[in-house]
Design a protein around this ligand. Structure first.
Ligand SMILES: [Zn+2]
Length: 259
């Protein structure tokens, strides 16, 4: 690290490509170099709000659209990270426009430096859903699975760095008392995602649209399962979200070597 801190910051900001060259000059220091070149002195954290208001994703056990969970948490993460003053924070599709997944993926693909976290809340396969009535309305729920999941894409140029970022995040989420859900690995239609590390709920989702061509380290986080009736209530509490945000922040800090 010390060797690279001695280099002009402008050199380090030129990105991974230049740093690959520098790494060749300083053989053996590659892992530190890669982290530093990506994060720089003040990393930019891109936060992607999963889905849009008009295409809101899953529906919770009590009928609340996933997008509202994603939007609220992204804004809370952003506020918290900005207070740290160590990061630049940018929210993708902050205005909530009804842009397509294709457009969102395209804008993510264009980003050359920084880190990306796509924030989602999870559901389960339809066969596990049951009916119940909430405030006079029929809703669908499943109390079968709980927990978070982390996805990275094996087809992304940034796969190796994404894995390091995901491992750092996963370690902190676990340390904060959260546990991973492994239901996406089940060998049934719609699932069967390969697990890279079951202990932290890290999956390889090869063709995941938002991540499959990212050039920067990128992780999609399913924060919890909103069709689970207890987990939905937990995800709604400020206390849980504070715990998640603190763990997320520690994970990014640790990945970037900022303490
Ligand atoms: Zn989603």
């Amino acid at each position: 690290m010390a060797v690279f801190l001695a280099l002009p910051f402008s050199v380090l900001r030129r990105g991974v490509k230049d740093c690959m060259f520098l790494a060749m000059l300083f053989a053996g220091a590659m892992p530190v170099l890669a982290d530093y070149s990506i994060c720089g002195e003040k990393p930019t954290i891109y936060l992607d709000i999963g889905h849009t208001a008009k295409m809101p994703g899953a529906k919770s056990a009590r009928g609340k659209p996933e997008y509202l969970f994603n939007d609220r948490l992204v804004r809370e993460i952003s506020t918290s990270l900005k207070k740290e003053r160590k990061f630049d924070v940018k929210i993708i599709n902050s205005s909530g426009k009804n842009i397509s997944l294709k457009q969102r993926s395209k804008s993510v693909r264009a980003i050359e430096t920084g880190i990306l976290a796509s924030i989602h809340h999870d559901s389960v396969q339809r066969k596990y859903l049951k009916n119940w009535t909430v405030q006079g309305k029929k809703r669908r729920y499943s109390d079968r699975f709980q927990g978070y999941s982390l996805f990275i894409s094996g087809s992304a140029p940034s796969f190796k760095e994404s894995r390091k970022l995901a491992e750092s995040l996963g370690a902190q989420l676990k340390q904060a008392g959260m546990h991973p859900s492994l239901h996406h690995a089940e060998a049934i239609p719609g699932e069967g995602r390969p697990l890279l590390d079951a202990s932290i709920g890290l999956y390889n989702f090869y063709r995941l649209a938002i991540l499959k061509k990212t050039r920067i380290p990128a992780v999609l986080i399913e924060v919890g399962i909103i069709v689970d009736r207890s987990e939905e209530l937990m995800l709604e509490t400020p206390r849980f979200r504070k715990t998640f945000i603190e763990a997320f922040t520690r994970g990014v800090n640790s990945y970037c070597g900022l303490h």
